[in-house]
Design a protein. Structure first.
Length: 305
């Protein structure tokens, strides 16, 4: 016996019909249409709405839909949803596509809005977080924080870490100046003051996007290090220690200003002049510090040793 199509069900059960069973009718219509076409897979548009990344919601619904072999889901994720207008637009698109809306929204105001709007539209909606939060709140007699984005799954953390490391590598030694404003921290200093290893350490261990910019004698630094309102750190070092490090790194140095102690003193003096021109700059002396100690001082906001 043929099963009524979704359009037929919509015609019989208009949104104007009141009653507790309206959402159940939509759910049954969705299931009926899914099974009526035999072994061929039915394309189902799944709209994932979240005031966070939406990654958790997508994994949950994917785990559910994989159990339905005749369903071929087409996912469309809408992350960082903040307004009722955004939700209205998504619901309209879902209604047009005869899709379902899965929402993982912490904001009680937005969840209430979705709940009220679904009665005005022929859209099946599923609230992943609301019912569970409400039950837990009653069980423990506590009020949830209602702050979106507090939870990040392992996959999301891995993606963010990869993005941070990629940014840091692309903004090493003065590269990527055009996107310097996206950095969490900007490290500034002369050559061989551990800018690169410190940047990578912070990126790999603290998930930070770090850029480092060299200070070169007689070369004006990029204007952005003075104007950008980002966290900035200047690294300095004792001249004798810097000369030792540079000589050790350069096997065939010869007598160049790069390892000449007098030239190094002038280079460091120039860097200190630059530091004094940068508002809010944190200056750290790295003379006898390990990379871990330098990074720790940056994170603490101290002035180092």
């Amino acid at each position: 016996m043929a099963v009524a199509s979704l359009r037929f069900v919509k015609k019989r059960f208009r949104p104007s019909e009141k009653g507790f069973g309206q959402q159940a009718v939509k759910e049954q219509a969705f299931v009926n249409v899914a099974i009526q076409r035999g072994p061929s897979k039915r394309r189902v548009h799944v709209f994932i709405v979240s005031d966070g990344t939406g990654g958790t919601a997508e994994r949950v619904i994917s785990a559910v839909l994989v159990q339905f072999k005749r369903i071929k889901p087409i996912f469309k994720r809408f992350p960082y949803i903040k307004t009722k207008e955004q939700i209205d637009n998504i619901l309209a698109r879902a209604e047009k596509r005869e899709g379902i809306v899965i929402y993982s929204v912490v904001s009680q105001e937005l969840r209430n809005w979705i709940d009220s709007e679904k009665t005005e539209r022929n859209v099946l909606t599923v609230d992943l977080l609301g019912p569970l939060m409400e039950r837990m709140a009653k069980l423990w007699n506590m009020i949830p924080a209602f702050h979106p984005g507090l939870f990040r799954g392992p996959a999301e953390e891995s993606i963010r870490l990869a993005e941070s490391i990629d940014f840091t590598l692309k903004h090493d030694d003065g590269d990527g100046i055009e996107t310097l404003g996206r950095a969490d921290i900007i490290i500034i200093g002369v050559s061989r003051t551990s800018k690169t290893p410190t940047s990578l350490y912070l990126s790999c261990n603290n998930n930070l996007k770090v850029a480092n910019v060299p200070i070169i004698p007689n070369v004006e630094p990029p204007k952005k290090i003075f104007t950008l309102k980002r966290r900035k750190v200047g690294l300095t070092i004792a001249p004798e220690r810097l000369a030792f490090i540079r000589r050790k790194r350069l096997k065939y140095a010869g007598s160049t200003d790069y390892i000449n102690l007098a030239a190094i003193r002038k280079e460091l003096e120039y860097s200190h002049e630059i530091f004094r021109q940068i508002n809010g700059l944190q200056v750290i002396d790295v003379t006898n510090s390990s990379i871990e100690e330098i990074a720790g001082n940056i994170l603490k906001g101290g002035r180092g040793k």
